[in-house]
Design a protein around this ligand. Structure first.
Ligand code: UFG
Length: 343
Protein backbone atom coordinates (compact mmCIF):
# COMPACT_ATOMS: atom_id res chain seq x y z
CA UNK A 1 0.00 0.00 0.00
CA UNK A 2 1.30 3.49 -0.85
CA UNK A 3 0.42 6.46 1.31
CA UNK A 4 0.05 9.84 -0.37
CA UNK A 5 1.33 12.64 1.86
CA UNK A 6 0.29 16.13 0.74
CA UNK A 7 2.56 18.84 2.09
CA UNK A 8 5.20 16.19 2.77
CA UNK A 9 7.99 18.74 2.27
CA UNK A 10 6.59 20.96 5.02
CA UNK A 11 7.48 21.08 8.69
CA UNK A 12 5.06 18.50 10.09
CA UNK A 13 4.67 16.59 6.82
CA UNK A 14 8.40 15.89 6.46
CA UNK A 15 8.65 14.52 10.01
CA UNK A 16 5.65 12.29 9.30
CA UNK A 17 7.09 11.02 6.02
CA UNK A 18 10.23 9.96 7.91
CA UNK A 19 8.17 8.12 10.54
CA UNK A 20 6.13 6.36 7.85
CA UNK A 21 9.31 5.23 6.11
CA UNK A 22 10.77 4.06 9.42
CA UNK A 23 7.58 2.04 9.89
CA UNK A 24 8.12 0.34 6.51
CA UNK A 25 5.42 2.19 4.55
CA UNK A 26 5.71 3.17 0.88
CA UNK A 27 5.31 6.93 0.63
CA UNK A 28 4.52 9.32 -2.20
CA UNK A 29 4.88 13.05 -1.44
CA UNK A 30 3.17 15.86 -3.26
CA UNK A 31 4.02 19.45 -2.40
CA UNK A 32 3.93 22.70 -4.39
CA UNK A 33 7.11 23.83 -2.56
CA UNK A 34 5.62 27.27 -1.92
CA UNK A 35 6.64 26.87 1.71
CA UNK A 36 8.08 23.38 1.90
CA UNK A 37 11.68 22.26 1.38
CA UNK A 38 12.59 19.66 -1.23
CA UNK A 39 15.66 18.81 0.91
CA UNK A 40 13.45 17.61 3.75
CA UNK A 41 11.96 14.72 1.75
CA UNK A 42 13.94 11.52 2.31
CA UNK A 43 15.23 9.55 -0.68
CA UNK A 44 12.96 6.59 0.02
CA UNK A 45 9.84 8.64 -0.84
CA UNK A 46 8.77 9.47 -4.38
CA UNK A 47 8.22 13.20 -4.93
CA UNK A 48 5.90 15.16 -7.23
CA UNK A 49 5.79 18.94 -7.30
CA UNK A 50 2.05 19.45 -7.68
CA UNK A 51 -0.32 22.07 -6.34
CA UNK A 52 -3.49 20.90 -4.61
CA UNK A 53 -5.59 22.79 -7.15
CA UNK A 54 -4.20 20.69 -10.05
CA UNK A 55 -6.94 18.07 -9.85
CA UNK A 56 -5.99 16.23 -13.06
CA UNK A 57 -2.32 15.88 -12.15
CA UNK A 58 -3.32 14.73 -8.67
CA UNK A 59 -5.65 12.13 -10.18
CA UNK A 60 -2.97 10.83 -12.57
CA UNK A 61 -0.45 10.60 -9.73
CA UNK A 62 -2.84 8.78 -7.41
CA UNK A 63 -3.57 6.26 -10.15
CA UNK A 64 0.04 5.75 -11.29
CA UNK A 65 1.37 5.48 -7.73
CA UNK A 66 -1.45 3.15 -6.65
CA UNK A 67 -2.36 5.28 -3.66
CA UNK A 68 -4.48 3.62 -1.02
CA UNK A 69 -4.74 6.25 1.71
CA UNK A 70 -4.01 9.96 2.00
CA UNK A 71 -2.52 12.05 4.81
CA UNK A 72 -3.37 15.65 4.03
CA UNK A 73 -1.05 18.27 5.55
CA UNK A 74 -0.71 20.79 2.71
CA UNK A 75 -2.09 24.13 3.90
CA UNK A 76 -1.28 27.73 4.64
CA UNK A 77 -1.10 27.97 8.41
CA UNK A 78 -0.37 31.44 9.75
CA UNK A 79 -3.15 32.91 11.84
CA UNK A 80 -1.95 36.53 11.46
CA UNK A 81 -1.43 36.23 7.69
CA UNK A 82 -4.90 34.74 7.28
CA UNK A 83 -6.41 37.83 8.95
CA UNK A 84 -4.43 40.19 6.69
CA UNK A 85 -5.11 38.26 3.47
CA UNK A 86 -7.89 35.66 3.79
CA UNK A 87 -8.48 34.66 0.16
CA UNK A 88 -5.31 32.56 -0.29
CA UNK A 89 -6.35 30.69 2.87
CA UNK A 90 -9.76 29.81 1.50
CA UNK A 91 -8.32 29.05 -1.93
CA UNK A 92 -5.40 26.90 -0.86
CA UNK A 93 -6.95 25.25 2.19
CA UNK A 94 -10.65 24.90 1.37
CA UNK A 95 -10.69 24.87 -2.47
CA UNK A 96 -7.41 22.90 -2.48
CA UNK A 97 -8.92 20.19 -0.30
CA UNK A 98 -12.02 20.00 -2.51
CA UNK A 99 -9.69 19.45 -5.48
CA UNK A 100 -7.84 16.73 -3.55
CA UNK A 101 -11.11 15.03 -2.62
CA UNK A 102 -12.24 15.13 -6.26
CA UNK A 103 -8.94 13.56 -7.32
CA UNK A 104 -9.44 10.90 -4.64
CA UNK A 105 -12.91 10.12 -6.03
CA UNK A 106 -11.56 10.02 -9.61
CA UNK A 107 -8.96 7.47 -8.57
CA UNK A 108 -11.15 5.53 -6.12
CA UNK A 109 -9.13 6.47 -3.05
CA UNK A 110 -11.53 6.89 -0.16
CA UNK A 111 -9.64 7.20 3.11
CA UNK A 112 -7.94 10.28 4.47
CA UNK A 113 -6.27 11.58 7.63
CA UNK A 114 -6.72 15.34 7.75
CA UNK A 115 -4.71 18.02 9.60
CA UNK A 116 -7.22 20.20 11.35
CA UNK A 117 -6.52 22.72 14.08
CA UNK A 118 -7.46 23.98 17.49
CA UNK A 119 -8.03 27.26 15.65
CA UNK A 120 -11.47 25.82 14.77
CA UNK A 121 -12.51 26.31 18.42
CA UNK A 122 -11.99 30.08 18.44
CA UNK A 123 -12.12 31.31 22.03
CA UNK A 124 -13.02 28.14 23.93
CA UNK A 125 -15.68 28.18 26.63
CA UNK A 126 -13.77 25.70 28.80
CA UNK A 127 -10.14 24.68 29.24
CA UNK A 128 -9.01 22.00 28.55
CA UNK A 129 -10.87 21.93 25.24
CA UNK A 130 -12.68 18.69 24.40
CA UNK A 131 -13.69 17.65 20.90
CA UNK A 132 -17.32 18.42 21.72
CA UNK A 133 -16.59 22.09 22.48
CA UNK A 134 -18.30 24.66 20.25
CA UNK A 135 -16.39 25.56 17.12
CA UNK A 136 -16.51 29.29 16.44
CA UNK A 137 -13.25 30.32 14.74
CA UNK A 138 -11.99 33.87 15.18
CA UNK A 139 -9.72 33.98 12.13
CA UNK A 140 -9.91 32.91 8.45
CA UNK A 141 -7.33 30.15 9.00
CA UNK A 142 -9.59 28.53 11.60
CA UNK A 143 -12.63 28.95 9.35
CA UNK A 144 -10.82 27.36 6.40
CA UNK A 145 -10.10 24.28 8.54
CA UNK A 146 -13.64 24.16 9.91
CA UNK A 147 -15.10 24.31 6.38
CA UNK A 148 -12.97 21.30 5.46
CA UNK A 149 -14.18 19.41 8.54
CA UNK A 150 -17.76 19.98 7.38
CA UNK A 151 -16.90 18.90 3.82
CA UNK A 152 -15.35 15.68 5.15
CA UNK A 153 -18.46 14.92 7.21
CA UNK A 154 -20.68 15.53 4.18
CA UNK A 155 -18.50 13.26 2.01
CA UNK A 156 -18.66 10.54 4.67
CA UNK A 157 -22.43 10.92 4.73
CA UNK A 158 -22.90 10.75 0.96
CA UNK A 159 -20.10 8.63 -0.50
CA UNK A 160 -20.00 4.93 0.36
CA UNK A 161 -16.69 3.78 1.86
CA UNK A 162 -15.43 7.31 2.43
CA UNK A 163 -13.66 7.33 5.80
CA UNK A 164 -11.74 10.11 7.50
CA UNK A 165 -9.98 10.96 10.74
CA UNK A 166 -9.35 14.63 11.48
CA UNK A 167 -6.60 15.59 13.92
CA UNK A 168 -6.93 18.97 15.59
CA UNK A 169 -3.40 20.08 16.41
CA UNK A 170 -2.62 22.51 19.16
CA UNK A 171 0.74 24.37 18.91
CA UNK A 172 3.21 22.11 17.14
CA UNK A 173 6.85 22.64 18.15
CA UNK A 174 10.25 20.94 18.34
CA UNK A 175 12.33 19.09 15.77
CA UNK A 176 13.42 15.51 15.01
CA UNK A 177 15.17 13.82 17.96
CA UNK A 178 18.21 12.99 15.79
CA UNK A 179 18.56 16.53 14.46
CA UNK A 180 17.87 15.44 10.86
CA UNK A 181 14.69 17.45 10.27
CA UNK A 182 13.43 20.72 11.65
CA UNK A 183 11.44 23.88 11.41
CA UNK A 184 12.34 26.28 8.58
CA UNK A 185 9.59 28.79 7.85
CA UNK A 186 9.82 31.87 5.73
CA UNK A 187 8.55 34.21 6.99
CA UNK A 188 9.01 32.93 10.55
CA UNK A 189 6.28 34.09 12.91
CA UNK A 190 6.14 31.32 15.51
CA UNK A 191 7.13 32.01 19.07
CA UNK A 192 9.67 29.24 19.78
CA UNK A 193 11.67 29.74 16.53
CA UNK A 194 11.67 33.50 17.17
CA UNK A 195 13.07 32.91 20.68
CA UNK A 196 15.75 30.56 19.33
CA UNK A 197 16.69 32.92 16.50
CA UNK A 198 17.14 35.62 19.13
CA UNK A 199 19.34 33.31 21.21
CA UNK A 200 21.44 32.71 18.08
CA UNK A 201 21.75 36.46 17.50
CA UNK A 202 19.85 36.27 14.21
CA UNK A 203 17.28 38.71 15.53
CA UNK A 204 17.73 41.28 18.24
CA UNK A 205 14.67 40.64 20.40
CA UNK A 206 11.37 38.84 20.75
CA UNK A 207 8.25 40.94 20.47
CA UNK A 208 5.55 39.83 22.86
CA UNK A 209 2.24 40.30 21.13
CA UNK A 210 0.03 41.46 23.97
CA UNK A 211 0.47 41.43 27.76
CA UNK A 212 -3.07 42.43 28.69
CA UNK A 213 -4.72 39.02 28.26
CA UNK A 214 -6.76 37.61 31.15
CA UNK A 215 -3.96 35.22 32.21
CA UNK A 216 -1.67 35.23 35.23
CA UNK A 217 1.20 37.10 33.54
CA UNK A 218 -0.98 38.79 30.90
CA UNK A 219 0.46 36.83 27.94
CA UNK A 220 -1.27 34.15 25.85
CA UNK A 221 -1.21 30.52 26.93
CA UNK A 222 -0.68 27.78 24.36
CA UNK A 223 -0.42 23.99 24.48
CA UNK A 224 2.91 23.10 22.81
CA UNK A 225 3.12 19.58 21.44
CA UNK A 226 6.20 17.94 19.92
CA UNK A 227 6.12 17.39 16.17
CA UNK A 228 7.15 13.71 16.57
CA UNK A 229 4.22 13.14 18.96
CA UNK A 230 1.92 14.69 16.34
CA UNK A 231 3.34 12.33 13.71
CA UNK A 232 2.95 9.30 15.97
CA UNK A 233 -0.74 10.19 16.22
CA UNK A 234 -0.95 10.16 12.40
CA UNK A 235 0.47 6.66 12.23
CA UNK A 236 -2.07 5.47 14.81
CA UNK A 237 -4.86 7.22 12.90
CA UNK A 238 -3.73 5.66 9.64
CA UNK A 239 -3.88 2.18 11.18
CA UNK A 240 -7.28 2.88 12.72
CA UNK A 241 -8.70 4.35 9.50
CA UNK A 242 -11.54 2.32 7.92
CA UNK A 243 -14.36 3.16 5.48
CA UNK A 244 -16.52 3.79 8.57
CA UNK A 245 -14.15 6.28 10.23
CA UNK A 246 -15.57 9.73 10.76
CA UNK A 247 -14.11 11.35 13.82
CA UNK A 248 -11.94 14.14 15.16
CA UNK A 249 -9.25 14.05 17.83
CA UNK A 250 -7.39 16.81 19.65
CA UNK A 251 -3.63 16.43 19.87
CA UNK A 252 -1.97 18.42 22.61
CA UNK A 253 -0.08 17.92 25.85
CA UNK A 254 -3.10 18.79 27.94
CA UNK A 255 -1.73 21.92 29.56
CA UNK A 256 -0.41 25.24 28.38
CA UNK A 257 2.48 27.66 28.90
CA UNK A 258 2.41 31.43 28.65
CA UNK A 259 4.49 33.36 26.13
CA UNK A 260 6.70 34.62 28.99
CA UNK A 261 7.20 31.06 30.24
CA UNK A 262 8.37 30.05 26.76
CA UNK A 263 10.86 32.94 26.72
CA UNK A 264 12.20 32.03 30.21
CA UNK A 265 12.47 28.33 29.34
CA UNK A 266 14.36 29.18 26.15
CA UNK A 267 16.77 31.34 28.15
CA UNK A 268 17.37 28.41 30.52
CA UNK A 269 18.05 25.93 27.71
CA UNK A 270 20.20 28.16 25.54
CA UNK A 271 22.00 29.99 28.35
CA UNK A 272 21.37 33.23 26.43
CA UNK A 273 19.46 36.27 27.52
CA UNK A 274 16.47 36.95 25.27
CA UNK A 275 15.56 40.64 25.15
CA UNK A 276 11.83 41.27 24.88
CA UNK A 277 9.63 44.18 23.85
CA UNK A 278 5.88 44.46 24.09
CA UNK A 279 3.42 45.21 21.33
CA UNK A 280 -0.34 45.24 21.08
CA UNK A 281 -2.28 42.01 20.58
CA UNK A 282 -2.13 40.20 17.24
CA UNK A 283 -5.63 40.02 15.69
CA UNK A 284 -7.04 36.48 15.71
CA UNK A 285 -5.16 35.27 18.83
CA UNK A 286 -7.31 33.57 21.51
CA UNK A 287 -6.06 34.16 25.09
CA UNK A 288 -5.79 30.51 26.22
CA UNK A 289 -5.66 27.19 24.37
CA UNK A 290 -5.04 23.81 25.96
CA UNK A 291 -6.27 20.43 24.76
CA UNK A 292 -8.07 17.63 26.43
CA UNK A 293 -6.30 14.62 24.90
CA UNK A 294 -8.48 12.01 26.65
CA UNK A 295 -10.27 10.90 23.49
CA UNK A 296 -7.19 10.08 21.41
CA UNK A 297 -5.53 8.44 24.42
CA UNK A 298 -8.57 6.27 25.07
CA UNK A 299 -9.48 5.38 21.49
CA UNK A 300 -6.12 5.25 19.68
CA UNK A 301 -3.79 4.58 22.61
CA UNK A 302 -1.77 7.75 21.92
CA UNK A 303 0.28 9.48 24.57
CA UNK A 304 2.95 12.17 24.17
CA UNK A 305 6.60 11.19 24.65
CA UNK A 306 7.74 14.79 25.13
CA UNK A 307 5.86 15.89 28.21
CA UNK A 308 7.73 19.06 29.19
CA UNK A 309 8.30 22.38 27.44
CA UNK A 310 12.04 21.96 28.15
CA UNK A 311 12.26 18.67 26.27
CA UNK A 312 10.39 20.15 23.29
CA UNK A 313 12.48 23.32 23.07
CA UNK A 314 15.71 21.33 23.53
CA UNK A 315 15.14 19.41 20.27
CA UNK A 316 14.41 22.67 18.44
CA UNK A 317 17.55 24.27 19.89
CA UNK A 318 19.69 21.41 18.55
CA UNK A 319 18.23 21.95 15.06
CA UNK A 320 18.57 25.74 15.13
CA UNK A 321 22.19 25.57 16.30
CA UNK A 322 23.12 23.14 13.53
CA UNK A 323 20.95 24.80 10.86
CA UNK A 324 21.06 28.56 11.42
CA UNK A 325 19.94 29.00 7.81
CA UNK A 326 17.45 26.15 7.91
CA UNK A 327 17.68 23.70 5.04
CA UNK A 328 20.11 26.05 3.25
CA UNK A 329 22.68 25.37 5.97
CA UNK A 330 25.78 23.49 4.75
CA UNK A 331 25.03 20.20 6.54
CA UNK A 332 21.57 19.74 5.03
CA UNK A 333 20.88 16.82 2.69
CA UNK A 334 22.51 17.32 -0.69
CA UNK A 335 21.03 16.80 -4.13
CA UNK A 336 22.72 13.38 -4.32
CA UNK A 337 20.70 11.83 -1.55
CA UNK A 338 17.40 13.45 -2.37
CA UNK A 339 14.52 11.27 -3.50
CA UNK A 340 13.82 10.98 -7.20
CA UNK A 341 11.89 13.90 -8.65
CA UNK A 342 9.02 13.27 -11.01
CA UNK A 343 8.03 15.84 -13.57
N1 UFG B 1 3.84 35.29 19.91
C1 UFG B 1 4.52 36.37 20.42
N2 UFG B 1 5.63 36.80 19.74
C2 UFG B 1 6.06 36.20 18.60
C3 UFG B 1 5.35 35.10 18.10
C4 UFG B 1 4.23 34.68 18.78
O1 UFG B 1 4.17 36.94 21.45
O2 UFG B 1 7.07 36.63 18.04
C5 UFG B 1 2.68 34.79 20.65
C6 UFG B 1 1.39 34.75 19.84
O3 UFG B 1 0.70 35.96 19.94
C7 UFG B 1 0.67 33.57 20.50
C8 UFG B 1 1.79 32.64 20.96
O4 UFG B 1 2.95 33.47 21.00
O5 UFG B 1 0.01 34.01 21.64
C9 UFG B 1 2.03 31.51 20.00
O6 UFG B 1 2.15 32.04 18.71
P1 UFG B 1 2.64 31.20 17.46
O7 UFG B 1 2.70 32.15 16.31
O8 UFG B 1 3.86 30.44 17.81
O9 UFG B 1 1.50 30.15 17.27
P2 UFG B 1 -0.06 30.41 17.03
O10 UFG B 1 -0.72 30.11 18.33
O11 UFG B 1 -0.37 31.70 16.43
O12 UFG B 1 -0.38 29.42 15.86
C10 UFG B 1 -0.32 28.06 16.04
C11 UFG B 1 -0.25 27.37 14.68
C12 UFG B 1 -1.56 27.51 13.97
C13 UFG B 1 -2.69 27.13 14.87
C14 UFG B 1 -2.66 27.99 16.09
C15 UFG B 1 -3.82 27.80 17.00
O13 UFG B 1 0.79 27.91 13.89
O14 UFG B 1 -1.53 26.68 12.84
O15 UFG B 1 -1.47 27.70 16.76
O16 UFG B 1 -3.93 28.97 17.79
F1 UFG B 1 -3.87 27.34 14.27
Amino acid sequence: MTILVTGGAGYIGSHCVQQLINAGEKVCVIDNLSRGHRESVPPEASFFQIDLLETDRLTETMKSQRIEKVIHFAALAYVGESVEDPLPYYNNNAAGTISLLRAMRNSRVSQIVFSSSCATYGIPENIPVTEESSQRPINPYGWSKLFIEQILMDCAHSYPNFGFIGLRYFNVAGCAHDGSLGEDHSPETHLIPNCLNTALGQQSEVTILGNDYPTEDGTCIRDYIHVEDICAAHLLALNALTPDSRCFYNIGLGHGYSVLEVVKTTEKITGCEIPITYQTRRPGDPPVLAASNDKISRELGWSPQYTTLESIIQTAWTWFQNHPDGYQSPISLTSENKSKDHP
